[in-house]
Ligand binder design. Structure first.
Ligand SMILES: Nc1ncnc2c1ncn2[C@@H]1O[C@H](COP(=O)(O)OP(=O)(O)OP(=O)(O)O)[C@@H](O)[C@H]1O
Ligand SMILES: [Mg+2]
Length: 274
């Protein structure tokens, strides 16, 4: 039986029977995933299982061998989902106006913090630097950084934690309806990691220009992030979705690949009433 909630909530991304190989190395082997507007969804699974490859298909930067990715058309609310494979570059740009991604590696480009924050609004939204500056200042303040001090700072001068914050600020400048994070807390100390968790949660909950809910997709290995954000959890294994359920279902699951994850969450039971 289908979930009545998913019938009411518009679908943001629909991944249908996705297959992808590199040479004879099969990475995605029939992935099906439906993500509804307003969800926070975490994609987990062992290193190399295809999480980043799946994210790149959702973003349209990799094309599937077989299968389809459909996405919401926020330029024409209420219209049917769009098959990414059918879109021209211009049509793809229209879709990307509403998206932002915080990358796994090389989170920032070379240049100053302002250059980083300005790049997408310039290219995707065709805004001038004068229009971008107040947006950049606000986004930096939103991630807890001092805009006056940071705008002219070069990427090389930022710590790892600051760089992640700037990467999130760069996403916020776009005021996205769909925000994708690939390992947003990797390489951070636990305190900075916790600040990023809060930032992701606050960003998810903050109002969008369109007044509709934001959708957040997070690829992560960070069990503390799961514990604190309690997202819908999707686990990938061997090119497919191995588990898809609520955080509560995830931690109660007896599945053999999930138990080691849950055992890494020693504080979970002690903090049940948090
Ligand atoms: N462009 C590419 N060409 C060839 N192989 C690729 C390419 N991109 C990814 N792969 C391979 O696909 C597999 C899945 O890679 P992916 O980056 O999606 O893993 P992941 O689940 O994100 O891992 P991690 O948790 O370490 O980030 C890996 O074996 C990787 O080497
Ligand atoms: Mg990855």
């Amino acid at each position: 039986m289908s979930d009545p909630k998913s019938q009411q909530t518009p679908v943001e991304v629909s991944v249908e029977d996705l297959f992808k190989s590199f040479g004879d190395h099969s990475v995605l082997a029939g992935v099906r995933l439906r993500i509804c507007r307003g969800e926070t969804i975490a994609i987990v699974g062992p290193s190399g299982c295809g999480k980043t490859v799946l994210l790149k298909h959702i973003m349209g930067t990799l094309a599937p061998d077989r299968g389809v990715v459909r996405v919401a058309d926020h330029e024409r609310p209420g219209s049917p989902l769009l098959n990414l494979a059918d879109l021209s570059e211009d049509e793809m740009d229209e879709i990307r106006i509403h998206w932002a991604v915080v990358f796994q590696r090389n989170a920032l480009f070379g240049g100053t913090v302002f250059e980083n924050l300005a790049l997408w609004p310039r290219e995707v939204k065709r805004l001038s630097d004068d229009q971008i500056k107040p947006l950049a200042m606000k986004a930096l303040a939103d991630v807890g950084l001092d805009p006056d001090q940071l705008l002219a700072v070069k990427r090389e001068a930022l710590s790892g934690g600051m760089a992640k914050r700037v990467a999130i600020a760069r996403a916020l400048v776009m005021s996205p309806l769909l925000i994708l994070y690939d390992e947003p807390t990797s390489g951070l100390d636990p305190v900075t990691g916790a600040q990023i968790h809060d930032l992701i949660a606050r960003t998810h909950a903050s109002p969008t220009d369109q007044g509709i809910a934001r959708t957040t997709i997070i690829v992560t290995h960070d069990t503390e992030l799961l514990r604190r954000l309690r997202p819908r959890v999707v686990m990938m294994s061997e090119g497919r979705i191995y588990f898809d359920g609520t955080f509560e279902q995830f931690i109660q699951s007896d599945l053999s690949l999930i138990r080691p994850y849950v055992q890494q969450m020693p504080l979970l039971h002690g903090r049940r009433h948090e």
